[in-house]
Ligand binder design. Structure first.
Ligand code: CTP
Ligand code: MG
Length: 229
């Protein structure tokens, strides 16, 4: 039975800057999107659906030519949640993905996610969890800014949310339909499932799965990739 990686790569990467879409930027000579698909396949995904911006299909097809699993490209939308929804529609409509129950939604920008994290997410969904997210502890002390001051937040109770997030496909599709109907903006797919009344299971993420967002992140990612940390 297929385990589908839905990789969202339709953003432009304004905060990173540069001439090409962020997912086509390279770490040690290999594009972020290719690295993401490789890591997802290494953790057990059998197929990839990659959501890309209009007009970038040829460049993404070239970047993914050596991908270790079959890749289908789908056109994305204005916001990340639009791109996810369009990708889910394509997964559900694709005859070669018939019978798929487990879908992992992943930011192409988290290119160095360890295969072990991917495998943990898949195992939890296959074990019956409707929505699974990898998380990490928070290193910095955190303060909440309030009108007229600020207060300490207990860092021990906080977790940073990563991807891939794993779902039962039908559950996630229904959740996306619901948030579209209710006009709710969500930060991630687990939040969409929560809006639909499902509980979210946490598994251990990894620092290497940080989202490459700003130029400093790309410097760090290069160092991680070259050192093979
Ligand atoms: N994404 C997407 N469709 C959008 C917006 C974002 O598929 N309309 C994807 C990005 O390609 C990225 C992931 O969602 O892999 C996380 O988004 P982010 O890191 O914010 O990437 P960008 O939106 O490209 O970057 P920025 O916000 O700096 O422009
Ligand atoms: Mg963005």
């Amino acid at each position: 039975e297929p385990v589908v990686a839905l990789v969202v790569a339709a953003g432009s990467g304004v905060r990173l800057g540069g001439e090409v879409p962020k997912a086509l930027r390279e770490i040690a000579g290999r594009p972020l999107v290719l690295r993401s698909v490789e890591q997802l396949a290494g953790g057990g995904c059998t197929h990839a659906v990659v959501v890309v911006a209009a007009g970038t299909e040829d460049a993404f097809a070239a970047a993914l030519a050596s991908a270790p699993v079959p890749v289908r490209l789908v056109r994305g939308g204005a916001e990340r949640q639009d791109s996810v929804r369009l990708g889910l529609d394509a997964v559900a409509a694709d005859p070669s993905l018939a019978g798929c129950r487990v879908v992992l939604v992943h930011d192409a920008a988290r290119a160095l996610v360890p295969a072990a994290v991917v495998a943990r997410v898949i195992a939890a969904v296959q074990g019956g969890a409707p929505a699974v997210i990898p998380v990490t502890t928070v290193i910095d002390s955190v303060r909440q800014v309030l009108p007229g001051g600020s207060s300490v937040v207990d860092r021990a109770t906080l977790r940073a949310v990563q991807t891939p997030q794993g779902f039962d496909l039908a559950t996630l599709r229904a959740a996306h339909e619901l948030i579209a109907r209710d006009g709710v903006a969500v930060t991630d797919d687990a939040a969409a499932c929560e809006h639909a009344g499902h509980s979210v299971v946490l598994v251990e993420g990894a620092r290497e799965a940080m989202k490459i967002t700003e130029p400093l992140d790309l410097v760090l990612a290069e160092a991680i990739a070259r050192a093979d940390v």
